[in-house]
Design a protein around this ligand. Structure first.
Ligand SMILES: Nc1nc2c(ncn2[C@@H]2O[C@H](COP(=O)(O)OP(=O)(O)OP(=O)(O)O)[C@@H](O)[C@H]2O)c(=O)[nH]1
Ligand SMILES: [Mg+2]
Length: 391
């Protein structure tokens, strides 16, 4: 058996046993990794057996000369190496990986970091597992039995990664069944299982994006030892954690039913500023009727900010913010005006009791408001291209 000292995990198969077909495209996202890429290519060359057709695609958003270093190092490689340099780094790391997958020409795509935290010696093993088990995805896991995450610098990084993993598993139990490490950036996926047009990556967690949006049913995991960075500096940080949380909200609210639920929950939280403002205004001696109207605006503003920041964050570009604000406020206040005649209608025409009529009116105006918000505030204009209006 070939030994893989740098992987730190005893290999379970011989790289030479990799069956054919099973050509692999290794996709490496890079951001200022000039001191790592030459060594990375050297180790891929060492690890991938000649009978496994291989190409490497770097998707580079660097502001240094990483792309030039790759092109130079590629001259010594026995396989094709491509560099896609992006001037506009849409979607960050995740967006880069999607670009790489789009460009991939092999049956299998292996995604790995460019800083050697992911041992290249595992590339053939991931593909072999995928072929042998007939799965669509093989995750190199830092949490599976026999794995280690020694390279995850600092206790806070370990704890943070754990919390995000639990959160993701809790929010997407079905999509992540069989995946113990959905935050891993090292995995092999069948090219045919990925519909790149369905993907909306945001930041680091591209595996989560793929697992949730592509509905992968057949998955397996392989343990690995997460290494320390070979050289260069980390680009991870609190900003990426916040991006990850936003990403999870976007994934969780992808269906209209889930969006309506979150819309309702946000609406409920709006009672707090509404009642708070009402209390404050009446304390100041404002008559309760104008106070009600003004306090309602506090609730509307609160709801608007949360809905903008959490629920429709990626659809804000379709309209100018002032346009969105005006439309949202109009809908929210129309809700109040519509409720009373609706209650009267339900009592008179349907013969409902006042309490039932009020409940039905509340539900009706809520659904209408949700649909109105989707269609009139955040939908793409008929004449608009994806670039759209100013945010
Ligand atoms: N193309 C592209 N690559 C990125 C971007 N951000 C990070 N990367 C690359 O993604 C990989 C992972 O980023 P790292 O900074 O190593 O993140 P990390 O592994 O969580 O952090 P460390 O453990 O500190 O290394 C590296 O190859 C980075 O160069 C980006 O915006 N665009
Ligand atoms: Mg890293």
């Amino acid at each position: 058996m070939t030994s893989h000292p740098e992987s730190g995990v005893e290999p379970r198969i011989d790289a030479a046993e990799v069956p054919e077909p099973g050509a692999v495209t290794v996709v490496v996202p890079t951001f200022n990794e000039r001191d790592n890429v030459r060594e990375l290519l050297r180790r891929i060359t060492e690890s991938v057996p000649g009978r496994l057709p291989c190409e490497v695609v770097f998707v580079d958003d660097s502001t240094d000369d990483t792309a030039d270093v790759v092109r130079e190092a590629a001259k010594d490689c026995p396989f094709p190496v491509t560099v896609l340099h992006r001037d506009a780094p849409d979607g960050g790391l995740g967006g880069a990986v999607v670009e790489g997958i789009r460009a991939a020409t092999s049956d299998w795509v292996v995604v790995m970091d460019g800083d050697l935290q992911h041992p290249p010696s595992l590339v053939p093993e991931l593909v072999e597992h995928g072929e042998r088990d007939g799965v669509q995805l093989v995750v190199a896991s830092r949490y599976a039995k026999g794995a280690s995450r020694a390279g995850l610098a600092g206790g806070h990084r370990v704890a943070g990664s754990r919390v995000l993993t639990w959160l993701a598993k809790g929010l997407f139990p079905r999509a992540l069944r069989g995946i113990g490490d959905p935050m891993s950036g090292f995995f092999a996926i069948r090219r045919a299982a990925v519909r790149t047009d369905d993907l909306r990556p945001l930041g680091y967690k591209i595996l989560l994006e793929l697992a949730v949006r592509c509905g992968l049913l057949r998955v397996s995991e392989v343990p690995f030892a997460f290494q320390e960075r070979y050289a260069g500096t980390s680009k991870a940080g609190i900003r990426e954690v916040l991006r990850c949380l936003r990403h999870m909200v976007a994934l969780r609210t992808a269906s209209p039913a889930a969006r309506m639920l979150v819309f309702g929950l946000i609406g409920l939280t709006g009672f707090v500023p509404n009642l708070g403002a009402l209390w404050g205004l009446t304390q100041l001696g404002v008559h309760y009727l104008p106070a009600e109207i003004i306090a309602n605006q506090a609730g509307v503003a609160w709801n608007f900010l949360l809905i903008e920041g959490l629920l429709f964050r990626d659809r804000r570009r379709h309209r100018h913010w002032a346009d969105r604000t005006a439309r949202f406020a109009l809908l929210a206040n129309a809700d109040l005006v519509l409720r009373i005649p609706l209650i009267a209608l339900f009592v008179r025409e349907l013969g409902l009791a006042v309490v039932s009529a009020t409940a039905l009116a509340l539900v009706t105006t809520f659904v209408l408001r949700f649909m109105g918000t989707e269609a009139l505030v955040y939908a793409k204009k008929a004449t608009q291209t994806t670039e759209g209006a100013a945010a």
